[in-house]
Design a binder for this molecule. Structure first.
Ligand code: NAG
Ligand code: NAG
Ligand code: NAG
Ligand code: ZN
Length: 432
C-alpha cells in the first residue's frame, strides 16, 4: 500500500483544507446533490494529486475501483457527495485539472432508473418481467418457482449460507440426458451495485427455457452441457444495495477492529491473495479480507467449483461497467498457456455481441485491458483447472454507470446472450 500516508505537504495545493466527506445516513434522499464526475489525468502530477485527494476524501470511485489504479490517460469516474463537491470541484479547477460532470444529481438519476415498483411487484411469477431490476426476495422467489414449474430442465440448490445467513442459491440448467456432461459456471452480482449482472443471469435462464424448444443451438447447449447459474453471488451486499446504499460494492461481514463492513468478494480468492490491486484496509472498497476465502460466499463457491472442476469447462463472471470481455491473468502481465484458444473465443464472442446493436467491447487479459488485481475469482478458476475463464464488464462506459436504466436491460442482455452462446458453442468444439 504505497499510497496510504503519502505526505500531503508535498502537493502543490492544500489538501488538508478539504473536508472529509460526512457519513451519509438513511436511504431516501441520501444522494441528493451528489455528482458523478469524470477526470482523465494527463500527467504524473495530475495522477498524484487525484490519488491523494481521493484517498483523503474517501470519495466513491466508480471506475477504476481504487485510487492506486488511477494512471495517466485512464478514465476515472468518481461519485462525489454534495458536501465534498463544494470543496473538491474548486480544488480541481485551481489545480488546473479538467473534469466533466457525468451525472449532476444522483438522487434524480436513481429515481429515474427505477420506475414505479408498486405496479411491478403485483405481477405474478408466471408473467415475470425481465426488463426491470429485481430485489433479492423477488429473484429467490423466481428461482424456487422455476424449480417447481420446470423440473425437467431446472434444479435449484444451495451451496451454502451467506454471512447474514441467506441461502446461496444456484440454478442448474440442462437436460438430464446422460450421466456425464461438461458444465459451464456463471455468476452474477459479486459486486452488489452492479445490478445489470443479476438481470443478465435471469435473462439467460429465461432465454434458455423459452428457446429450448425452438432454437436448435440452444437445444444443443442444454442437451450437451449443464449450466450452473448463480444470479446473485453477494446476496447480503445486493440486498443492502436495495435497502440502504445503492452504491454498496462489498459483502456485509463485520470487522473485529474497524467499523467498516464488508470485503471485496473479487479480491478474496486464494490466488496471489492481497497482492497488487487489492487493499489490506477494511474501509477500502477493494479490501481483500483478513485471509483468503474469509467470506462465506467465496468459500462456498470455491468449494463447489473445486469439487466440480473436472466437469466445469468454463467460468463466466458478470460485472459492470466498462464494456469489456476479460480473461486471465488479472494479477500479472503474462500470457496464459492456452492463449490462442481463449483469445479466439473472446474475439468471436465480442464480434457476435457487436452484431446485435453495434456495441463494441474491448477484450484481452484483465491486467492489461482493465487493471492489475489479485485474488479475483476468474484467476482462481483458471488456476484451478477451468480452461475458459472470463469476466464480462457489461454496459455502459460511464454515461449511466451503475445506474443503467431499465430500458437498456433488454438490449444489453440480448447482445450479451450472443456472446455467451458463442463461447459455449466454442467449448463443444476442439481447440488446438
Ligand atoms: C427443488 O426441487 C426439488 C424437487 O424437485 C427439491 O428436492 C429441492 O429441495 C428444491 N430446491 C430448493 C432450493 O428448494
Ligand atoms: C461466433 O461469432 C463469430 C463472429 O461473429 C461467428 O463467425 C461464429 O459463427 C459464431 N459462432 C457461433 C457458433 O455462433
Ligand atoms: C488448454 O485447453 C484444453 C482444452 O481446450 C485443456 O484440456 C487444457 O487443460 C488447457 N490447458 C491449460 C493449461 O489450461
Ligand atoms: Zn464488479
Amino acid at each position: 500500500m504505497p499510497l496510504r500516508g503519502r505526505p500531503a505537504a508535498l502537493l502543490p495545493l492544500c489538501l488538508l483544507c478539504l473536508q472529509a466527506a460526512l457519513p451519509l445516513r438513511g436511504h431516501r434522499g441520501r444522494y441528493a446533490g451528489d455528482k458523478v464526475i469524470r477526470v482523465v489525468p494527463e500527467s504524473k502530477r495530475e495522477t498524484q494529486i487525484l490519488r491523494a485527494a481521493f484517498n483523503r476524501l474517501k470519495v466513491d470511485l466508480w471506475q477504476p475501483s481504487s485510487p492506486f489504479h488511477i494512471v495517466e490517460g485512464t478514465v476515472t469516474d468518481v461519485r462525489v457527495p454534495q458536501n465534498t463537491s463544494r470543496s473538491l470541484l474548486p480544488y480541481l479547477q485551481q489545480a488546473d485539472i479538467p473534469y466533466t460532470i457525468l451525472i449532476s444529481d444522483l438522487q434524480k438519476a436513481i429515481e429515474n432508473q427505477t420506475g414505479s415498483r408498486t405496479y411491478r411487484n403485483r405481477r405474478s411469477l408466471s408473467e415475470y418481467n425481465y426488463e426491470v431490476y429485481h430485489s433479492l426476495e423477488e429473484i429467490q422467489g423466481w428461482m424456487y418457482h422455476l424449480n417447481k414449474t420446470h423440473s425437467d430442465l431446472v434444479h435449484v440448490f444451495s451451496v451454502g449460507k451467506s454471512y447474514e445467513g441467506r441461502p446461496l442459491l444456484v440454478l442448474k440448467l440442462g437436460k438430464r440426458s446422460r450421466p456425464y456432461k461438461k458444465a459451464v459456471w456463471m455468476d452474477c452480482g459479486i459486486h452488489a451495485r452492479e445490478w445489470i449482472g443479476p438481470a443478465f443471469c435471469q435473462w439467460f435462464v429465461k432465454e434458455a427455457l423459452q428457446m429450448y424448444q425452438i432454437d436448435p443451438a440452444m437445444r444443443k447447449m442444454l442437451t450437451q452441457l449443464y449450466f450452473y447459474v448463480m444470479p446473485v453471488f453477494n446476496v447480503d451486499g445486493y440486498h443492502f444495495s436495495w435497502t440502504n446504499d445503492r452504491f454498496w460494492r462489498k459483502t456485509r461481514s463485520k470487522n473485529a477492529r474497524f467499523r467498516c463492513h464488508g470485503v471485496d468478494a473479487n479480491r478474496n480468492w486464494k490466488v496471489k491473495w492481497c497482492d497488487e490491486g487489492a487493499s489490506f484496509h477494511p474501509c477500502d472498497d477493494t479490501y481483500c479480507g483478513p485471509f483468503p476465502e474469509s467470506e462465506p460466499e467465496v468459500k462456498a463457491v470455491a468449494h463447489f467449483l473445486r469439487k466440480h472442476r473436472k466437469q466445469i469447462k468454463a467460468y463466466l463472471s458478470f460485472h459492470a461497467y466498462a464494456q469489456m470481455l476479460l480473461y486471465p491473468y488479472s494479477y500479472k502481465y503474462a500470457t496464459i498457456p492456452n492463449f490462442s484458444c481463449v483469445e479466439s473465443a473472446a474475439y468471436n464472442a465480442v464480434n457476435a455481441l457487436q452484431s446485435a446493436y453495434g456495441v463494441r467491447y474491448r477484450y484481452g487479459p484483465a491486467s492489461s485491458t482493465l487493471y492489475v488485481s489479485s485474488g479475483s475469482s476468474m484467476d482462481w478458476a483458471y488456476k484451478n483447472g477451468i480452461p475458459y475463464a472470463f469476466a464480462f464488464e457489461l454496459r455502459d462506459t460511464g454515461h449511466f454507470g451503475f445506474l443503467l436504466p431499465e430500458t437498456l436491460i433488454k438490449p444489453t442482455c440480448t447482445e450479451t446472450m450472443l456472446a455467451v452462446k458463442n463461447i459455449t458453442l466454442h467449448l463443444l468444439k476442439k481447440c488446438h
